[in-house]
Design a protein around this ligand. Structure first.
Ligand SMILES: C=C(O[C@@H]1C=C(C(=O)O)C=C[C@H]1O)C(=O)O
Length: 373
């Protein structure tokens, strides 16, 4: 292979010749990489044989992406370079085994956007109508993994997702964060002044509440099952001349051919949603992991204090605490706790052992690599 740091020529024809020659080398190397991934699949099949073979390895993918970012010298930025490798791995994995990914649909949701960011584009998309359907699809084996929203920086937790973990045996295999921009959309034939209703998912309505109060105080807000569904309904209404607007993102806007009345209307400019990847596998340590726990506490004085004290004593960094009603007993609670580290790390294991002595139930929902992209 030629020296990668040769002097850059300075005429257009020579520059294009150089780019052509670099492209053919990159292409050859990508295919060489793909042949290695195919071989990896053969080895996995031979080694794991009878059991369901695990092709997707989140911890390995996170390590590959982190290394890409660490060794990157530019001029392309670290994230840009990692996105390219994200897609290369996605194509390689699809050669090993195409992954069917269930997500909160329909097509065009932010959850789909998150799925593509996490797995790359070489996946089979399986949009589901509700969060519990995503869980069921993965539990039944119809989909390999699922993607669900879990919390938003403006609006807080997605209760449906947390509640789904109560009765599910699925594990969290990963997380992904997505900046969320909302737009007010109408069908192109509709005059925005005629709008009578604004449709969106309740989370999106809440994330734009101050903006709506200010500019659309007298228009009725209607919560529907997703913002992509809101966009679909706005497009359908437009066809029969009814003036319904939707709040949704870029993907839904394009998918349903809508026009933007106002862009980036979210109340907080740093509005971000965190999504979880759920699957049937426990993920080994990647070197930079997080763990999520579900804990049922005994209903007695100091119960929460005794749980939290264990984290402090072992120096484990808790990143999130949510409380939900237990449903089993009135005024009983379930806590959802996220912390930095893998459940196999010594100090994390010590914390979990102590929590088990102090709580009536401790369920490890999963340890997974901290989001890279
Ligand atoms: C190649 C492998 O299989 C998959 C593809 C990967 C890749 O293309 O780098 C990485 C991890 C797996 O999701 C592997 O396990 O190493």
């Amino acid at each position: 292979m030629s020296n990668s740091k040769q002097a850059v020529p300075d005429t257009l024809p020579l520059l294009r010749d150089r780019i052509d020659s670099i492209d053919s080398q990159i292409q050859m190397l990508i295919n060489e990489r793909a042949r290695c991934a195919q071989k990896v699949a053969e080895v996995k099949l031979a080694e794991q044989g009878g059991e369901a073979v695990v092709f997707y390895r989140p911890e390995r993918e996170a390590q590959v992406l982190r290394r890409v970012m660490e060794r990157n010298e530019g001029p392309l930025g670290n994230e840009e370079m990692a996105k390219i490798f994200r897609q290369v791995m996605s194509s390689c994995l699809a050669l090993e085994k195409p992954m069917r990914i269930a997500f909160l649909g329909p097509e065009g949701t932010f959850t789909q956007q998150a799925a593509l960011k996490h797995f790359g584009k070489s996946i089979i998309s399986a949009p589901m109508a509700a969060i519990d359907e995503v869980f069921r699809e993965v539990e039944s084996g119809a989909a390999n993994y699922g993607v669900v929203p879990v919390e938003n920086s403006t609006e807080g937790v997605v209760n449906h997702t947390l509640d789904s973990f109560r009765d599910s045996r699925l594990k969290i295999c990963g997380e992904v964060e997505e900046r969320i921009h909302h737009h007010l959309l109408v069908s192109p034939n509709i005059n925005s002044e005629d709008v009578t209703h604004i449709y969106s998912h309740q989370q999106s309505l809440a994330q734009c509440r101050a903006w709506l109060d200010r500019y659309w105080p007298h228009v009725e807000r209607v919560a529907v099952s997703s913002n992509a569904e809101a966009a679909r309904l706005a497009a359908e209404a437009g066809r029969s001349g009814r003036a319904i607007a939707a709040i949704a993102g870029e993907v839904a806007c394009e998918l349903y051919g809508l026009t933007k009345v106002s862009a980036n209307i979210e109340d907080r400019p740093d509005n971000t949603t965190r999504f979880l990847i759920v699957g049937n596998q426990e993920v080994p340590q990647s070197g930079k992991d997080k763990t999520s726990l579900l804990i049922s506490a005994k209903n007695e004085p100091g119960a929460l204090y005794r749980l939290l004290e264990a984290f402090e004593r072992h120096g484990v960094d808790m990143t999130r605490l949510e409380t939900r009603p237990s449903l089993m007993s009135r005024w009983g609670y379930i806590f959802y706790i996220d912390f930095v580290g893998h459940y196999l790390d010594d100090e994390c294991r010590a914390v979990i052992d102590e929590l088990r002595e102090r709580a009536s139930e401790v369920k490890v929902l999963g340890s997974y690599p901290v989001a890279v992209l």
